[in-house]
Every structure is written in structure tokens, then in C-alpha cells.
Design a protein around this ligand. Sequence first.
Ligand code: CMC
Length: 391
Amino acid sequence: TGAFTYDPGFTSTASCQSALTYIDGDEGILLHRGYPIDQLAEQSSFMEVSYLLLNGELPSAKELESFTYTISRHTMLHEQLATFYRGFRRDAHPMAIMCGVVGALSAFYHDSTDINDPKQRMIASHRLIAKMPTIAAMAYKYSVGQPFLYPRNDLSYTANFLRMTFGVPAEEYEVDPVIESAMDKIFILHADHEQNASTSTVRLAGSSGANPFACIAAGIACLWGPAHGGANEAALNMLREIGTPDRIPEYIARAKNKDDPFRLMGFGHRVYKNFDPRAKVLGKAATEVLDKLGISDPVLDTARELERIALSDQYFIDKKLYPNVDFYSGVILSAIGFPTTMFTVLFALARTVGWVAQWNEMISDPEQKIGRPRQLYTGPAMRDYVPVAKR
Ligand code: CMC
């Protein structure tokens, strides 16, 4: 053993200094560069929030226009990358495809990987933000056996993504403004979240000076897990499995049973011990979007009833468990038409801006060092090797 602080899960270790995102878990506050998340979600746009996270201030109208134009110039993928998809099985999970294809970007953009040059770091960041919708839409198209669509730079970031996902070459795709605005809101709500597991992964991978595209692929791998970004897929699958409100008590009982590994997906958070402000915005948005689209989905009723019952149950009160961002997002994504396997892909798409902003901040920090935790050793004391014949 050594004289190290033991902190499994890093519940009380600050791994860095950061000026990006502030969370007060007890008060349910989330700020990006000082701006409350609900104000950004209700009034801003994903492009504006991306600029804010990357540059520290909200853009002027001219800066926003120039930033949006720059991002749109990077939306195409190298043609050679399209062939990567064909190596995957059609039924591959799109997150598996995302890990592979985003990692492969590192082999295509050697010109923007001098991490010590701030200009090149910004180009790599713009490329990642711009190409994620194209890569994500292609992962979806590949799974349903439809042709890939090229990006259209006259459309907004979000409308372009929706068209590449749901459009077909045979006809013009009209982007529904209700869907576009809901999608943009979901992107804003997922843009950054302090030193969560995937962001810490990106920082740790990047701390060795590794290629930024490869670092983001590492973040995608981490995000995939059901305790992190994979919870949105798991939450909707759970709500569908519950099916009708009368079956909720059975699932609540399972979640409370120590001998059952089952957890209510989309519930609980390492930092929020009061409520998750993102879940509040999404809970409201879910009703609005379904109403406006004229969709009635029993899953929303199940979600509302589950929330009501859980929040009045002593177990959930004592453990301070509340719906998190993943609880209601799936209801909206499903109404838009995404299969559950795409949910975490959308999270990755939006979180890319947070990852690159955090990575930039880390590389430009003069105190930055390679991340290298220590351990408490629990293995055998020193002993002598015994040849196999004598064992
Ligand atoms: N259902 C039932 N019990 C729970 C749940 C839940 N969803 N979450 C935590 N608990 C219990 C847990 O069993 C533990 O009980 P005890 O003290 O008796 O051992 C206690 O609450 C504390 O849980 P923990 O696992 O020590 O807390 P953590 O901070 O390590 O984990 C979490 C946080 C988000 C991983 C966890 O709440 C969880 O697994 N939730 C379900 C998955 C989920 O929704 N994840 C999305 C997180 S938000 C978005 C994102 O990060 O992508």
C-alpha cells in the first residue's frame, strides 16, 4: 500500500480545474459558462451553445453566422470512410459503429492533429462537431439498408441531421419544425456535463497527447454503458417492458430489493441529489412534443406514473433518487421516429461539443499533466518464482 487517498469512483476527487460547466447537485443547478441550462434549452440553439462552450462567450450575430458556416463546411466525410460501414454486420449496434468510425477519423485528418497549435485544435474540434451528424445518420442508414445521404449545407445543423437520417434520395424531405426544435433542445441538454465518466475518459486519453479523434472514440466507448449514456435506451426499453401503469409497483419492488440487480433506468445521479434540471425541461417537452405531433404513447403515461410513485416512496426519498436526463428523452426520441439503439448515438453526437471543449481546455492548461492515478495494492507480497514442473 502507499500513502494515497482511496476514492473509488472519484466521488470526492477534483481531477481538473474547469471554467466550462458548473453543477450544484443539491440545488439542481447546471450552468454552461454561467448560463442556466433551462434558459439555454428554451431560448438558445445548439450551434450557439456549441460556440459558447468552445469560446467562453455567447456569439454575436456575425460570430454565430461565421461559426455555423464553418461547421457546415466540415460536414462531409471522406468518401473512403463510407466503405468502413460495409465491414460491419447490418445488425451491429450503432454505438459499436460509432466507436469504430470516429476512431477511424484519426487516420484521415493528420493535418489537424498538432495538439500544441490552438488553430489546429480548433479545426479538429470543428471537424468533429460537423461530422458527427453525418456519421450518426450513416450508422442509422446502414442498419435499415437505405442509401447514405450527403449533408446539405443550406439546412440548419439539426435539420441537416434529421434529413440525412430520415430522408431518402427518391423524394424531398420536409423537416417538421416541431421535430427540429425538439431535437435541437435535446442536443443542448446533452452538450456538456462537467467531469462525467465519458468526459473524464476523453481528458485522460487526451492527457497523453493522443490523437483527438481517437480520444473522442474513447469517450464514445465509455458513454455506451447503461450506467451512463446507455441509460436512455435502457430507460425506454424498461418503460415499454412495464407496459401499463398497473405493473409499476412490481418494478418499484424489484428496484428496492437488494438481492435483485435491477435498477430503475433513468433514475438517480451521482451529482444531482435534488433533481436533474435537464429532466425537468425534458419532462415538459415530452408532453408538448407528443401533443404537437398528435401522438399518444402509453409510455409517457407509464413514465409519469412511475415518477409519481417513485418520488413518494421512502426508498427513493432516502436515497435521493430522481429522474435524470435519460428518463424522458427516450419518449421524445421515439416519437420523432428513432429506434432505441440510436438514442445513445444522439447523446454522443451532442456531447461531442462538450468533449472537444473540455479537451481543448485541458491541453491549453499550463498545469496539464498526463493523468496517472495510483492505487492501493491488495495482491500477494513478494515471492519467488517456482518452475512449472515444481508447481
Ligand atoms: N434504482 C434503484 N436504486 C438505485 C438507483 C436506481 N436507478 N440508483 C441508485 N440506487 C441505489 C443504489 O442501489 C445504492 O443503494 P445502497 O446505498 O443501498 O447500496 C444507492 O442508491 C446509491 O447508488 P450508487 O450506485 O452508489 O450511486 P452512484 O452515484 O454510484 O450511481 C448512477 C449513480 C446514475 C450510476 C445510478 O443512480 C444508476 O445506476 N442509475 C440508473 C442508470 C441511469 O439512469 N444512468 C444515467 C445517469 S444520468 C446521464 C448519464 O450520465 O448518462
